[in-house]
Each structure stands twice: as structure tokens, then as C-alpha cells.
Write a protein that binds this ligand. Structure first.
Ligand SMILES: [Ca+2]
Length: 243
């Protein structure tokens, strides 16, 4: 019904326009009445989707949501960091007892010392007693010179502090058949003797009736039988040192 009304409207409109044009020009030129317009065509098929448009700009971040009720998973420890530079060692070399070359040197030295000791022992110029080593150079000098000689080589005049040490010194005295000064002297108190370091003598082996110097014999000598005698310090006696 609506389509028919629309068609009639179009016909009448077209006719009116045509008549108007005829009146405007002339009656002779009006050739005829135009035909009736056709009916409207049917609707076409739906078109295809167009191409995708360009990607739009990123939107603004939304508001923060409420905290969740479920606890999240615990984070694991991260990977360990790189190993740092090694610090400087306190000692640049291995411990002495692990140093093969040093051990070989010490062994060679020990063997050499043993051979030298063997030679000196064979000559009966040295005697070993526990921690002490007694030795002589075979020379006879006064006490002061004997003391100086021993100290120059890192020792001191032989000082027997027990019977064993006294016997060791005696062996050297007997071998050279010479009396020897001992490392002691009379103190400021007449008749009282002390070691070179000032400590009182705590072992003695005096011959009978000795000491008898009464302040005039300030040194001590060993006879060839191992007994002691107080004697003046200016006599020539065999030098025997202890180390
Ligand atoms: Ca005397």
C-alpha cells in the first residue's frame, strides 16, 4: 500500500515538473508526456566486512583494584651472585714442612753437620751432653781471653752444672792434658762463687781444701782429674767453650 502510494507520488511529481517546463518554453517544443517510472528495485545483498582499521593509541591505565583474598606464591631465592675475587694470601709460599725443596736443603744441612760433628768427635775436640756441646780450639790463654774467644763464636766458657757435664769437660781436659778455666768466678763475697751471668753456683766439685784463695784467686780451673781449684785469672789455661 505504501509502495503504491509512493509510486503514484513520483508519477504526479514528474508530470508536474514536465508541464512546468513546457509552459516555460513553448507549446510547439513539447514533444510528449514522459513514461511512468519503474518500481523501486529490491534491497541488495549485505556487503562484506571492510578491512581492519589502524591500531588505536594505548588507553589510560585503569584504577587499582581491591586486594585479593588469596595469598600469592612465595618467591624463590634468586640465583647466587658471581664469586668474588680471591683475597691475597698471608703467606706467599706453602708451610715449611710441606716445602719439598726446603726439606731437602734441611736434610742435606743436617747430614753435613753430622759429618762435621763426627770428625770433631773423632779428634776429641767436642763433647755432646744432652742439650750442650763442649768444644776446644786447643789453645791456652788467660781467663779474659778465653771468655772473649768463646763469646765471639756465640758461646761461653764451659760451665759444668752437674756431674755429667763436668765429666764431659774432663774428657777434653784429660785428652789435652791441660788445666782449663771454668765459666765462673769469685763474687764480691770472699769464698762465694757465681756464674758469669751473676747467678750463684749450685753445683761444685772442689778439690779438698779448696777454694783457699781468700779473695786472691778469683777464677776457677779444672784439674786433669776433674776436681776444681780457685786460681788467679792470669794463668794460661786450655780454652773450652760450651754452646
Ligand atoms: Ca786455690
Amino acid at each position: 500500500m505504501l509502495s503504491q502510494s509512493l509510486s503514484l507520488f513520483l508519477i504526479l511529481t514528474t508530470l508536474a515538473v514536465f508541464l512546468k517546463m513546457c509552459q516555460a518554453e513553448s507549446t510547439d517544443k513539447c514533444a510528449g508526456v514522459p513514461g511512468i517510472p519503474g518500481t523501486p528495485g529490491q534491497n541488495g545483498l549485505a556487503g562484506r566486512d571492510g578491512r581492519d582499521g589502524m591500531k588505536g593509541d594505548r588507553g589510560e591505565p585503569g584504577p587499582q583494584g581491591p586486594p585479593g583474598n588469596n595469598q600469592g606464591l612465595l618467591e624463590r631465592d634468586g640465583f647466587p651472585g658471581p664469586i668474588g675475587d680471591r683475597g691475597l694470601p698471608c703467606n706467599t709460599g706453602p708451610p715449611a714442612f710441606e716445602d719439598r725443596e726446603l726439606r731437602e736443603i734441611l736434610t742435606a744441612l743436617s747430614n753435613r753437620i753430622s759429618r762435621i760433628e763426627g770428625v770433631l768427635t773423632l779428634q776429641e775436640t767436642i763433647k755432646h751432653v744432652r742439650e750442650k756441646l763442649f768444644a776446644t780450639n786447643g789453645k791456652e790463654v788467660d781467663f779474659a781471653k778465653s771468655k772473649e774467644t768463646c763469646e765471639k763464636v756465640g758461646g761461653q766458657v764451659a760451665t759444668p752444672k752437674n756431674e755429667v757435664e763436668n765429666k764431659a769437660i774432663l774428657e777434653i781436659v784429660a785428652k789435652f792434658n791441660r788445666y782449663a778455666y771454668l765459666g765462673m768466678g769469685e763474687s764480691d763475697t770472699i769464698g762465694q762463687f757465681q756464674y758469669i751471668d751473676g747467678n750463684p753456683v749450685n753445683y761444685t766439685n772442689w778439690r779438698k781444701n779448696e777454694p783457699n784463695g781468700n779473695g786472691k784467686e778469683n777464677c776457677v780451673e779444672m784439674f786433669t782429674d776433674g776436681l776444681w781449684n780457685d786460681k788467679k785469672c792470669n794463668q794460661y789455661r786450655l780454652t773450652i767453650c760450651e754452646f
